[in-house]
Ligand binder design. Structure first.
Ligand code: ADP
Length: 503
């Protein structure tokens, strides 16, 4: 691939709670890695700063070395902290490891420590590291509520100390996670919480008259960042029109923009993917049939073989099992795909016990049968295999800031069936919408009711079964769509540059 090299090279530092593949829970991890890699290959200097979670597998880090031992403030104490440097899939990472109990445990999230306080600590520890090492990037790029305190800390303290050069970009991947925080908690990172407890700063507007104590780290991040980005143009519009942050975003409209996420095509490439039993690309799709056969055999689903007609369409749904993802539509799809004579595999992890039990019940009901498999786990490897095996990828989200599953699915030749919301509306265009045949690439429904979903699934099944040539054409077409970061990272570079010009 011919990657454009930029002029005016910058030093960009991402401060983030996730990074794929070593500390990934959802799309945030993919986005940080993909964007960082794309900016690196355009010639910029890029570092990712990440908490050194105990659950990170050290063998996935190359050249790991302790680089700095320093103290960072938390709740009246200076906490001895180590910074390590290492390379993760070709990207430089700085790992922040406090000597406290923060970031210990089996998983990225949900440890037995106070998460809010841990990320307040982390946000400050990253700035403190820059201060003690004299590191002055052009841009500090923060993500989500976890790092929302960093812009406040920067302008309040570190910019008054020695950090003059950096400017701050905040990307919001999901507005629903707001980083609820009391004044006292905010004060633990060294800010004066009572100063920030006003509507124009980080006080949560919804709580006026109810709870003037409740602050939001995400809102503080919005107010104090130089630019705010969200992850698709449609989600940008949705968040300006409704939702708890809309008034804040409207007030900050001139520094708010929507940039569609890309996918990391080094990590997601069916032509080179080491997790697949056979590789393929748009001009040579036989390997995809082998992947489908392999998955069907592996999971005990009936298969028509590799060469004979393999007529049952295989639908996959790979997602965190949370309300946002349209849980009732996923469970309904399981029933409807079975009725239609198709096969469906759900790969999902629930964080809520009730949801987990519901899907366990469904797994017990179906997993011995001939058409449905429900796999309640997180598996990067299996996800690659399922995208490659799938005829269709289902994304029935209630809201979806950007959504990567539909883009990854398309690259692996799975035709998307999606609800028209957020980034799904920016990346999937209905085959039967005759007004824009050049970009048509999937099946889209609008309602959140089961009938709307049925209609899209029925149409996709009838294409698959009755118009095989057209179907194969759609499969090739979706594989050729360029949703890569190579294509979209330039928009972020433009944002970074325009900040440097304005401030
Ligand atoms: P979100 O960020 O809301 O989770 P996205 O669609 O933006 O949703 O990104 C989801 C990412 O996480 C995709 O890379 C998807 O393949 C992956 N993913 C979600 N659930 C699982 C799972 N159970 N196992 C493996 N990968 C998963």
């Amino acid at each position: 691939v011919n990657v454009q090299k930029d002029s005016n090279l910058m030093h960009l530092v991402h401060v983030t709670a996730e990074m794929a593949p070593i500390a990934k829970v959802g799309g945030l991890g993919d986005v940080v890695t993909g964007l960082a890699r794309a900016c690196l290959s355009r010639g910029h200097k890029v570092d990712i700063m990440l908490p050194f979670y105990e659950c990170i597998q050290k063998q996935q880090i190359n050249e790991l070395a302790l680089i700095t031992t320093y103290n960072s403030y938390h709740d009246g104490n200076w906490v001895p902290t180590n910074a390590y440097r290492g390379m993760v899939s070709g990207i430089p990472v700085i790992f922040i490891e406090p000597s406290s109990h923060f970031f210990k445990g089996q998983y990225v999230y949900g440890g037995s420590y106070n998460e809010l306080e841990a990320y307040l600590f982390f946000s400050r520890a990253c700035l403190e590291w820059m201060q003690v090492t004299g590191t002055q990037p052009d841009i500090i790029h923060v993500h989500e509520w976890q790092t929302g305190a960093l812009p406040m800390l920067y302008w309040d303290m570190y910019h008054q100390l020695s950090l003059q050069k950096p400017r701050i970009v905040l990307t919001i991947h999901n507005m629903e996670h707001y980083g609820e925080c009391s004044k006292e908690q905010l004060s633990k990172c060294g800010l004066d919480g009572s100063i920030y407890a006003t509507v124009d700063k980080s006080l949560d507007d919804r709580t006026i008259g109810h709870n003037p104590e409740r602050l939001s780290l995400l809102k503080g991040g919005i107010v104090y960042s130089n630019t705010i980005v969200t992850v698709s143009p449609t989600y940008l519009k949705e968040t300006l029109c409704s939702g708890w942050l809309s008034s804040t975003l409207i007030r900050n409209r001139d520094k708010y923009c929507g940039i569609l996420n890309g996918i990391d095509t080094a990590m997601w490439n069916p032509a080179t993917d080491v997790f697949l039993p056979a590789r393929f690309h748009a001009q040579k799709t036989e390997g995809k049939k082998i992947c489908k056969y392999f998955v069907q055999r592996g999971l005990g689903l009936p298969s028509g073989g590799i060469t004979a007609g393999n007529h049952a369409p295989l639908v996959v749904c790979i997602t965190r099992l949370v309300a946002q993802k349209g849980l009732h539509l996923i469970t309904h799809a399981i029933k409807h795909v079975e009725e239609l004579g198709g096969q469906m595999i759900v790969l999902g992890k629930a964080s809520d016990g009730r949801v987990e039990r519901e899907f366990e019940g469904l797994a017990n009901l179906h997993n011995e049968g001939p058409s449905i498999r429900i796999l309640l786990m997180y598996s990067e490897e299996l996800s690659h295999m399922l995208y490659a095996a799938a005829d269709m990828v289902l994304v029935p989200s209630i809201y979806e800031p950007c959504g990567l599953a539909q883009m990854i699915g398309m690259r692996y030749g799975a035709v998307p069936v999606v609800r028209k919301t957020g980034g799904l509306a920016d990346t999937v265009f209905d085959i039967d919408d005759l007004s824009q045949p050049e970009i048509a690439n999937g099946f889209v429904f609008e309602g959140i009711d089961e009938g709307s979903l049925n209609c899209a699934l029925d149409r996709s099944f009838s294409y698959y079964q009755e118009k095989p040539n057209e179907w194969n054409g759609i499969v090739r077409k979706v594989m050729e769509i360029d949703n890569s970061w190579n294509n979209t990272a330039g928009k972020y570079i433009d944002v970074y540059k325009s900040i440097r010009v304005r401030w």
